[in-house]
Design a protein around this ligand. Structure first.
Ligand code: 13P
Ligand code: ZN
Length: 270
Protein backbone atom coordinates (compact mmCIF):
# COMPACT_ATOMS: atom_id res chain seq x y z
CA UNK A 1 0.00 0.00 0.00
CA UNK A 2 1.13 3.54 -0.70
CA UNK A 3 1.22 6.16 2.06
CA UNK A 4 -2.22 7.76 2.17
CA UNK A 5 -0.75 10.99 3.52
CA UNK A 6 0.82 11.39 0.08
CA UNK A 7 -2.40 10.70 -1.82
CA UNK A 8 -3.17 13.66 -4.09
CA UNK A 9 -6.65 14.12 -2.60
CA UNK A 10 -5.25 14.28 0.98
CA UNK A 11 -2.43 16.65 0.03
CA UNK A 12 -4.72 18.92 -1.95
CA UNK A 13 -7.37 19.00 0.78
CA UNK A 14 -4.76 19.84 3.45
CA UNK A 15 -3.40 22.68 1.32
CA UNK A 16 -6.90 24.01 0.70
CA UNK A 17 -7.71 24.04 4.43
CA UNK A 18 -4.50 26.00 5.18
CA UNK A 19 -5.23 28.41 2.35
CA UNK A 20 -8.79 29.05 3.54
CA UNK A 21 -7.60 29.47 7.12
CA UNK A 22 -5.08 32.10 6.02
CA UNK A 23 -7.81 33.96 4.16
CA UNK A 24 -9.66 34.25 7.47
CA UNK A 25 -12.61 32.19 6.29
CA UNK A 26 -12.25 29.39 8.85
CA UNK A 27 -11.74 30.66 12.36
CA UNK A 28 -11.40 27.99 15.04
CA UNK A 29 -13.31 24.93 13.73
CA UNK A 30 -15.40 27.04 11.35
CA UNK A 31 -16.00 25.49 7.95
CA UNK A 32 -16.03 21.98 6.54
CA UNK A 33 -15.29 20.25 3.25
CA UNK A 34 -16.46 16.98 1.71
CA UNK A 35 -14.90 15.48 -1.40
CA UNK A 36 -16.40 12.53 -3.27
CA UNK A 37 -13.78 9.91 -4.16
CA UNK A 38 -13.87 6.94 -6.49
CA UNK A 39 -12.82 3.51 -5.19
CA UNK A 40 -10.21 3.56 -7.95
CA UNK A 41 -8.54 6.62 -6.37
CA UNK A 42 -8.44 4.91 -2.97
CA UNK A 43 -7.46 1.35 -3.63
CA UNK A 44 -3.68 1.89 -3.71
CA UNK A 45 -3.84 3.68 -0.36
CA UNK A 46 -6.50 1.88 1.63
CA UNK A 47 -7.96 -1.58 2.21
CA UNK A 48 -11.57 -0.61 1.62
CA UNK A 49 -12.84 -3.88 3.12
CA UNK A 50 -11.51 -2.85 6.55
CA UNK A 51 -14.12 -0.79 8.39
CA UNK A 52 -12.75 0.90 11.54
CA UNK A 53 -16.18 1.72 12.91
CA UNK A 54 -19.71 2.53 11.87
CA UNK A 55 -21.22 5.92 12.72
CA UNK A 56 -24.95 6.67 12.30
CA UNK A 57 -25.60 9.84 10.33
CA UNK A 58 -29.19 10.46 11.43
CA UNK A 59 -30.52 11.08 7.91
CA UNK A 60 -31.16 9.16 4.73
CA UNK A 61 -28.49 9.32 2.03
CA UNK A 62 -29.53 6.15 0.14
CA UNK A 63 -28.66 7.80 -3.17
CA UNK A 64 -25.01 7.68 -2.05
CA UNK A 65 -24.85 4.04 -0.91
CA UNK A 66 -21.37 2.67 -1.57
CA UNK A 67 -19.91 6.10 -2.31
CA UNK A 68 -16.73 7.31 -0.61
CA UNK A 69 -16.03 10.75 0.81
CA UNK A 70 -13.12 12.39 2.52
CA UNK A 71 -14.65 14.78 5.05
CA UNK A 72 -13.27 17.24 7.60
CA UNK A 73 -13.90 16.25 11.21
CA UNK A 74 -16.20 18.06 13.60
CA UNK A 75 -14.47 20.49 15.93
CA UNK A 76 -11.24 20.36 13.94
CA UNK A 77 -9.38 23.60 13.29
CA UNK A 78 -8.65 24.28 9.60
CA UNK A 79 -5.42 25.83 10.85
CA UNK A 80 -4.27 22.36 11.96
CA UNK A 81 -5.53 20.05 9.20
CA UNK A 82 -2.23 20.12 7.33
CA UNK A 83 -0.29 19.34 10.55
CA UNK A 84 -2.66 16.62 11.74
CA UNK A 85 -4.45 15.16 8.70
CA UNK A 86 -5.22 11.80 10.26
CA UNK A 87 -7.00 13.40 13.23
CA UNK A 88 -8.67 16.17 11.25
CA UNK A 89 -9.94 14.19 8.25
CA UNK A 90 -11.81 10.94 7.73
CA UNK A 91 -12.70 8.73 4.79
CA UNK A 92 -16.21 7.34 5.00
CA UNK A 93 -18.40 5.11 2.85
CA UNK A 94 -22.18 5.19 2.98
CA UNK A 95 -23.47 1.77 4.07
CA UNK A 96 -26.31 -0.16 2.38
CA UNK A 97 -28.84 1.16 4.93
CA UNK A 98 -28.18 4.72 3.64
CA UNK A 99 -28.01 6.09 7.19
CA UNK A 100 -24.64 4.81 8.41
CA UNK A 101 -21.15 6.06 7.60
CA UNK A 102 -18.44 3.41 7.62
CA UNK A 103 -15.14 4.92 8.72
CA UNK A 104 -12.24 3.56 6.65
CA UNK A 105 -9.49 5.98 7.68
CA UNK A 106 -8.94 9.02 9.88
CA UNK A 107 -10.62 10.73 12.86
CA UNK A 108 -7.76 9.01 14.67
CA UNK A 109 -8.42 10.69 18.02
CA UNK A 110 -11.90 9.14 18.18
CA UNK A 111 -13.65 12.04 16.44
CA UNK A 112 -16.22 11.99 13.67
CA UNK A 113 -17.33 13.82 10.54
CA UNK A 114 -18.48 17.44 10.53
CA UNK A 115 -21.75 18.33 12.22
CA UNK A 116 -22.79 19.71 8.83
CA UNK A 117 -22.79 16.28 7.17
CA UNK A 118 -26.53 16.59 6.34
CA UNK A 119 -25.94 19.79 4.32
CA UNK A 120 -22.93 18.20 2.62
CA UNK A 121 -24.37 14.84 1.64
CA UNK A 122 -27.84 16.14 0.76
CA UNK A 123 -26.13 18.78 -1.42
CA UNK A 124 -23.99 16.09 -3.08
CA UNK A 125 -27.19 14.19 -3.91
CA UNK A 126 -28.86 17.26 -5.43
CA UNK A 127 -25.81 18.33 -7.43
CA UNK A 128 -24.93 14.85 -8.69
CA UNK A 129 -28.42 14.58 -10.20
CA UNK A 130 -27.79 17.86 -12.06
CA UNK A 131 -24.07 17.40 -12.75
CA UNK A 132 -22.64 13.87 -12.42
CA UNK A 133 -19.15 15.42 -12.38
CA UNK A 134 -19.71 17.27 -9.12
CA UNK A 135 -17.26 16.15 -6.41
CA UNK A 136 -16.82 18.85 -3.80
CA UNK A 137 -18.96 20.69 -1.27
CA UNK A 138 -17.21 23.45 0.69
CA UNK A 139 -18.56 25.46 3.60
CA UNK A 140 -16.81 28.39 5.28
CA UNK A 141 -17.31 31.71 7.08
CA UNK A 142 -15.95 34.60 4.95
CA UNK A 143 -16.31 37.98 6.70
CA UNK A 144 -17.74 40.09 3.90
CA UNK A 145 -20.38 37.61 2.80
CA UNK A 146 -21.57 37.27 6.38
CA UNK A 147 -21.57 41.06 6.78
CA UNK A 148 -23.71 41.40 3.65
CA UNK A 149 -26.42 39.24 5.25
CA UNK A 150 -26.89 41.96 7.91
CA UNK A 151 -27.59 44.73 5.42
CA UNK A 152 -29.31 43.22 2.38
CA UNK A 153 -32.79 41.65 2.23
CA UNK A 154 -32.33 37.88 2.44
CA UNK A 155 -33.63 37.24 -1.07
CA UNK A 156 -31.95 35.35 -3.90
CA UNK A 157 -32.70 38.11 -6.42
CA UNK A 158 -31.41 40.95 -4.25
CA UNK A 159 -28.18 39.14 -3.37
CA UNK A 160 -27.52 37.90 -6.89
CA UNK A 161 -28.12 41.27 -8.53
CA UNK A 162 -26.01 43.10 -5.95
CA UNK A 163 -23.09 40.68 -6.29
CA UNK A 164 -23.28 40.81 -10.10
CA UNK A 165 -23.13 44.61 -9.86
CA UNK A 166 -20.08 44.77 -7.66
CA UNK A 167 -17.55 42.96 -9.81
CA UNK A 168 -17.79 42.56 -13.56
CA UNK A 169 -16.82 38.88 -13.64
CA UNK A 170 -19.50 37.78 -11.16
CA UNK A 171 -22.24 37.18 -13.70
CA UNK A 172 -19.77 35.18 -15.79
CA UNK A 173 -18.70 33.02 -12.83
CA UNK A 174 -22.18 32.43 -11.41
CA UNK A 175 -24.78 33.35 -14.05
CA UNK A 176 -27.46 31.42 -12.20
CA UNK A 177 -27.08 33.72 -9.17
CA UNK A 178 -26.85 32.71 -5.53
CA UNK A 179 -29.37 31.20 -3.14
CA UNK A 180 -29.90 32.71 0.31
CA UNK A 181 -31.30 31.01 3.40
CA UNK A 182 -32.65 32.86 6.42
CA UNK A 183 -30.91 32.31 9.74
CA UNK A 184 -31.44 28.72 10.85
CA UNK A 185 -29.93 26.46 13.49
CA UNK A 186 -26.79 24.99 11.97
CA UNK A 187 -25.77 21.33 12.04
CA UNK A 188 -29.37 20.11 11.66
CA UNK A 189 -31.09 17.97 9.06
CA UNK A 190 -33.46 20.93 8.45
CA UNK A 191 -30.71 23.33 7.36
CA UNK A 192 -29.22 20.46 5.35
CA UNK A 193 -32.49 19.88 3.51
CA UNK A 194 -33.02 23.61 2.93
CA UNK A 195 -29.49 23.94 1.53
CA UNK A 196 -29.91 20.98 -0.79
CA UNK A 197 -33.25 22.40 -1.99
CA UNK A 198 -31.54 25.70 -2.94
CA UNK A 199 -28.77 23.72 -4.63
CA UNK A 200 -31.36 22.62 -7.22
CA UNK A 201 -31.06 26.15 -8.63
CA UNK A 202 -27.64 27.39 -7.52
CA UNK A 203 -24.05 26.27 -6.89
CA UNK A 204 -23.67 28.86 -4.14
CA UNK A 205 -25.87 29.05 -1.07
CA UNK A 206 -25.46 31.73 1.58
CA UNK A 207 -26.50 31.06 5.15
CA UNK A 208 -27.58 34.33 6.77
CA UNK A 209 -25.28 35.47 9.59
CA UNK A 210 -23.24 32.29 9.25
CA UNK A 211 -21.42 31.63 5.99
CA UNK A 212 -21.55 30.12 2.53
CA UNK A 213 -21.63 26.83 0.62
CA UNK A 214 -20.01 26.34 -2.75
CA UNK A 215 -19.80 23.23 -4.93
CA UNK A 216 -17.79 22.09 -7.90
CA UNK A 217 -16.08 19.36 -9.85
CA UNK A 218 -12.94 19.88 -7.76
CA UNK A 219 -11.68 21.86 -4.78
CA UNK A 220 -10.56 24.76 -6.96
CA UNK A 221 -13.95 25.21 -8.56
CA UNK A 222 -15.83 25.30 -5.25
CA UNK A 223 -13.18 27.64 -3.83
CA UNK A 224 -13.29 29.88 -6.91
CA UNK A 225 -17.03 30.43 -6.57
CA UNK A 226 -16.72 31.40 -2.91
CA UNK A 227 -13.71 33.61 -3.58
CA UNK A 228 -15.58 35.50 -6.29
CA UNK A 229 -18.66 36.07 -4.13
CA UNK A 230 -16.48 37.16 -1.21
CA UNK A 231 -14.64 39.68 -3.40
CA UNK A 232 -17.86 41.26 -4.68
CA UNK A 233 -19.20 41.43 -1.11
CA UNK A 234 -15.99 43.16 -0.03
CA UNK A 235 -16.24 45.75 -2.79
CA UNK A 236 -19.87 46.39 -1.88
CA UNK A 237 -18.89 46.99 1.74
CA UNK A 238 -15.83 49.09 0.82
CA UNK A 239 -18.13 51.47 -1.04
CA UNK A 240 -21.33 51.24 0.99
CA UNK A 241 -20.59 54.30 3.13
CA UNK A 242 -19.46 56.38 0.14
CA UNK A 243 -21.52 58.33 -2.37
CA UNK A 244 -21.95 56.02 -5.30
CA UNK A 245 -21.73 57.88 -8.59
CA UNK A 246 -21.06 54.97 -10.97
CA UNK A 247 -22.38 51.46 -11.30
CA UNK A 248 -22.70 48.42 -13.55
CA UNK A 249 -26.22 48.78 -14.89
CA UNK A 250 -28.68 46.01 -15.71
CA UNK A 251 -28.05 46.82 -19.37
CA UNK A 252 -24.30 46.37 -18.87
CA UNK A 253 -24.96 42.97 -17.28
CA UNK A 254 -27.16 42.02 -20.23
CA UNK A 255 -24.37 43.05 -22.61
CA UNK A 256 -21.96 40.79 -20.71
CA UNK A 257 -24.47 37.96 -20.85
CA UNK A 258 -24.73 38.40 -24.61
CA UNK A 259 -20.98 38.63 -25.18
CA UNK A 260 -20.23 35.58 -23.05
CA UNK A 261 -23.35 33.66 -24.10
CA UNK A 262 -24.44 33.29 -20.48
CA UNK A 263 -27.50 31.38 -19.47
CA UNK A 264 -28.14 33.83 -16.63
CA UNK A 265 -31.26 34.00 -14.49
CA UNK A 266 -33.25 36.50 -16.54
CA UNK A 267 -35.84 37.31 -13.89
CA UNK A 268 -33.12 38.78 -11.66
CA UNK A 269 -32.50 41.60 -14.14
CA UNK A 270 -36.07 42.37 -15.19
P1 13P B 1 -17.86 21.38 12.43
O1 13P B 1 -16.69 21.64 13.34
O2 13P B 1 -18.81 20.36 13.01
O3 13P B 1 -17.42 21.04 11.04
O4 13P B 1 -18.71 22.72 12.35
C1 13P B 1 -18.16 23.90 11.91
C2 13P B 1 -19.15 24.79 11.24
O5 13P B 1 -18.78 25.60 10.42
C3 13P B 1 -20.58 24.63 11.57
O6 13P B 1 -21.37 25.29 10.62
ZN1 ZN C 1 -20.33 26.97 9.67
Amino acid sequence: MKNILEAPFVVELCQMCSNMYRLGWDERNGGNISYLLEEEQLKDYLDVTRVIKEIPTGFDASYLIGRYFIVTGTGKYFKNVEKKPEESLGIIRIKEDGTTAQLLWGYSDGGKFTSELPAHLLTHITRLKIDPGNRVVTHCHPDNIIALTYVLPLEDREFSRTLWQFETECIIVFPEGVGVLPWMVCGTNEIGQATAEKMKDYRIVIWAHHGIYGVGKDLDEAFGLIETVEKAARIYLLTSHLKRINTITNDNLKELAKAFKLNYRKEFLD
